[in-house]
Design a protein around this ligand. Sequence first.
Ligand SMILES: [Zn+2]
Length: 226
Amino acid sequence: MNNIFTYTGNPFVDAGITAMLVWLDKGKPEEIEDYEVKSLFSELTDLYVQKSWNKMMYSVFPNSKLTNPSVKDKKGEYDKLLNELLSEVVTLDSHGNCIACGKRDSKRYFTKTQVPLTGTSDFINFFSYGNGGADYCSACALAIQFSPLVFYKCGNLVCLQSNNKEVEKIYAKKCKSFIDVQKATKEYTGCNDEGYTNPVSLTKIWSRAKSVYAHLPHVTASLFTV
Ligand SMILES: [Zn+2]
């Protein structure tokens, strides 16, 4: 089944989609097949339970099974969540109440445990109608699980969003190379990290990035700190 994903304008969903496109060597979000997404689960869970990656999950997916010390089989539990989300995925429709894609209805509410920068379930003023979480469809929530692959470590973690999807892909390919080295050497260090320790350095990073992407027209980018 394809026609599951489409760019949404939500930085975390789009970052996850871009990561999947690069990892699967695909062109458009709509071309991604459900079995291909499933084929990435093992790599994702392997990575997120590595000590350096797992440490970051406390700020990305707080209170999740990945970070709960009482959960012994973190890989198994996270794999279960990914498979549950995948089993709930349906193809894109023309409308829906998902706050990211707007093309499918949500099947459950999501909190900051599954979606970065979202409130907790008891933080009811944060959500529409006082619901215990945000309305994301399971496909968008699943895409978000891939977004840490392309986060940038800079003191805090940063999520890049650009109006030019090729720029996002070029950047995601750099992240994949960074991770491929970690897998090959079995020396896991976490998200893409060029040694910057302070988000103030982002201005330097961006001015350097602009020179790299200068040949691409009308590129803008936003950075979201996780
Ligand atoms: Zn959605």
